[in-house]
Design a protein around this ligand. Structure first.
Ligand code: P6P
Length: 355
């Protein structure tokens, strides 16, 4: 009998247990983040089920509407956005929400904020729900109809001063996030999370309906053999990006060329980069001077995770997590992944005089 394997099978570390254990290390923690995360997890389970049966349930196809980004909304986009907004509002721990699918930020009405018996105004503010959540409910949704993996991305800030939330509570550098994660709806449903102490992967066990810790302490390999970019934009790239890709394809000094892997679904591309190493890039170009990906709910959470896993995230000008957003839907170029691979693109930008 393999007692270790047997113990592994019966000592299931669920995501909830893991977060509770982590939070128990912080005496000041009141369990609000645990409650908030449990509602995000509920949303992920719901969307996972919906994505898996989309083909059968005729959810695939256009919802006949367009979002603020001008992109055609698919039914699963609409459903996912509603699920997460309702889950976050009912958590009683969310104060300000920003969704890719909503033009303006959402202020959770007071009655839905933390459950409390206000003794006096200062304690009222103290017990007010303290978290702001920025999220892309279903990123990569243009890939839904062809069965490519898609995902949910989220980042969490704590209110700056504990009073009623305002938009400036979310127009903050990504380094001020207290947690970030994504849920990948692919061959399996995997939630990858950091609450500031490393990155950990949890795989949904459909039989239990629980996310089980399968990838503890995920680390990005220091250097990788993969570069991930949409080469269809090559003619619009700046010189450092062109140079980096040129070196990746035609290395000197007898090095082996890197492999190109590009899925076109950020969660899937970043997940592979976290596991296998290498670099994922969505650079600025002449068509999109600020790149395509959204800073608040795509770039920041992924940059937070990659740094927590020992990698780097760079915008072409600065460390991605240092950027101060001016608008909730602003875009940013991004280069993220293995520490040494990102260091190479940073050196090319410094040598170019663009910095
Ligand atoms: P392109 C999906 O639409 C998305 O927002 C990200 O998930 C993905 O990384 C990117 O756009 C792909 O963009 O221009 O290469 O199709």
């Amino acid at each position: 009998m393999d007692h270790a394997a047997d113990a592994q099978r019966t000592d299931l570390m669920t995501l909830t247990r893991f977060v509770l254990n982590e939070q128990s290390k912080h005496p000041e923690a009141r369990g609000d983040l645990t409650i908030l995360l449990s509602h995000i997890v509920l949303g992920c389970k719901f969307v996972c089920a919906a994505v898996n049966k989309a083909g059968l349930a005729k959810l695939i196809g256009l919802a006949g509407d367009t979002n603020i980004q001008g992109e055609e909304q698919k039914k699963l986009d609409v459903l996912s956005n509603e699920v997460f907004i309702k889950a976050l509002c009912s958590s009683g721990r969310a104060n300000v929400l920003v969704s890719e699918e909503n033009e303006t930020e959402i202020y959770v009405e007071t009655s839905r904020r933390g459950r409390f018996a206000p003794i006096n105004i200062s304690q009222y503010y103290h017990f007010l729900s303290r978290y702001c959540v920025v999220f892309d409910p279903l990123d990569g949704s243009s890939n839904i109809d062809c069965g490519v993996s898609i995902g949910t991305i989220f980042g969490i800030y704590m209110l700056k001063d504990g009073k009623a939330g305002v938009v400036s509570d979310v127009l903050r550098p990504g380094k001020e996030m207290v947690a970030a994660g994504y849920c990948l709806y692919g061959s399996s449903c995997m939630l990858v999370l950091s609450i500031g102490n490393g990155v950990h992967g949890f795989t949904l066990d459909p039989a239990l309906g629980e996310f089980i810790l399968t990838h503890p302490v995920m680390r990005v390999p220091r250097k990788g053999k993969i570069y991930s970019v949409n080469e269809g934009n090559a003619k619009h790239w700046d010189e450092p990006t062109k140079k980096y890709v040129e070196i990746a394809k035609f290395p000197t000094g007898g090095s082996v060329p890197k492999s190109l892997r590009y899925i076109g679904s950020m969660v899937a591309d970043v997940h592979r980069t976290l596991l296998y190493g290498g670099i994922f890039m969505y650079p600025a170009d002449k068509k999109s001077p600020n790149g395509k990906l959204r800073l608040l709910y795509e770039v920041f959470p992924m940059a937070y995770l990659v740094e927590q896993a020992g990698g780097q995230a760079f915008t072409g000008k600065e460390r991605a997590l240092d950027v101060v957003p001016k608008k909730i839907h602003e875009r940013s170029p991004i280069f993220l992944g293995s520490f040494e691979d990102v260091e190479e693109i940073k050196s090319l930008y410094h040598a170019s005089g663009l910095l």
